[in-house]
Write a protein that binds this ligand. Structure first.
Ligand code: GLA
Length: 340
């Protein structure tokens, strides 16, 4: 029997939110908080006991439809099993230091770690695609690919410029004189019940008028009559521009420029895309007023979760619900001989 240990990082998105679903750009980094799945392959079901959940996930390997009474975390496991269709089962444990519902991609990390533990073979992009489908199937949220691709493509010391149309990943070195901090707003978010799908439909309505948003200029948006749809599209078009600009600024070490772009991104997510909350807004305002904080914004889907801040070292002290995040390497798996 083989002992398998799979590990997948979460991610924090520095800039470029709600752009992946329309083939735009985003700039996340894989982080040093991660999920681990450990155990042995064999049998005809996947049995996983999580350190932080009372009920185990028990999923037959031939599962197709995911039964609704399954606990949320077990649904992600079932989604991966249904997409991967492994030939053998698995018996093991899950542990994670990623907070859930915080916008740091605990669900993507779980999906990627489970797929690797179950024997996924292939490249980073295919693994990310499989796990994106698993998430969509598990919770019915039409999510993009950013979270899964960041987890499978992480690079130590680098942020990742993702082109969500070509799925090209460009590693951008993080300058040594800055830190990335995430602070929880106190608002727990649930993607499935949030307006994520509604926003995606708004963006598609904009695309129906002006075409691909990644190739649209701000001027073209005047063609959209509906005021709400125009604001949603304006967020995406401006965020795509900010994201590429931020990647260039980061690569040249112009961290002040990155900070300013992060502030603009937050305003756009708050006013045009309307996915922020009063607590996220207050936290951003508080953080950007601190000496040494270059910029801050909500990160991920919004509707709660974390704010990400780019800071000079020591500007914000880690603590309860405040994490200093290091840009980390990709998900990995090792199969060793079972130790008895
Ligand atoms: C969630 C989704 C991603 C992305 C972000 C917003 O994390 O899973 O695909 O759309 O929201 O940028």
């Amino acid at each position: 029997m083989r002992d398998v240990l799979a590990r997948a990082p979460g991610r924090v998105n520095l800039i470029g939110d709600h752009t992946d679903t329309s083939g735009g750009w985003c700039l996340p980094m894989a982080i040093d908080l991660a999920t681990e799945v450990r155990g042995t392959r064999g049998g005809y079901e996947v049995f996983l006991q999580s350190e932080s959940e009372p009920m185990p996930a028990v999923v037959p390997i031939e599962i197709v439809d995911i039964p609704s009474p399954l606990p949320l975390w077990a649904r992600y496991v079932a989604g991966v099993v249904a997409e991967l269709r492994p030939t053998t089962g698995f018996h093991g444990t899950v542990r994670s230091d990623l907070p859930t519902g915080a916008g740091l991609s605990s669900s993507a990390a779980l999906e990627v770690a489970v797929a690797l533990a179950l024997g996924f073979e292939g490249g980073a992009v295919d693994l990310a695609r499989l796990c994106q489908r698993a998430e969509q199937r598990a919770v019915g949220v039409p999510c993009g690919i950013m979270d899964q691709l960041a987890s499978t493509s992480g690079r130590d010391g680098h942020a990742l410029l993702l082109d969500c149309a070509s799925l090209d990943v460009k590693a951008v070195p993080m300058p040594p004189d800055v830190e990335v901090i995430a602070v929880h707003s106190g608002d727990e978010r649930m993607l499935a019940t949030s307006a994520y799908g509604e926003r995606r439909r708004d963006v598609e309505a904009g695309i129906a008028v002006v075409g691909l948003l990644r190739a649209t200029s701000m001027r073209d948006l005047d063609q959209i009559d509906d005021e709400i749809i125009r604001r949603r599209a304006r967020h995406v078009v401006s965020e795509n521009d900010r994201t590429r600009e931020a990647a260039t600024a980061l690569a040249s070490g112009d961290v002040s420029a990155v900070g300013e772009l992060m502030k603009e991104s937050h305003a756009s997510l708050r006013d045009d895309f309307e996915v922020s909350t009063p607590n996220l807004d207050a936290l951003v305002e508080h953080l950007v007023a601190l000496p040494g904080v270059l910029g801050a914004r909500m990160t991920g889907a919004g509707f709660g979760g974390c704010v990400v801040a780019l800071c000079r070292p020591g500007a914000v002290t880690p603590g309860l619900r405040t994490w200093r995040l290091k840009p980390s390497g990709p998900a990995s798996v090792c199969d060793g001989l079972l130790r008895s």
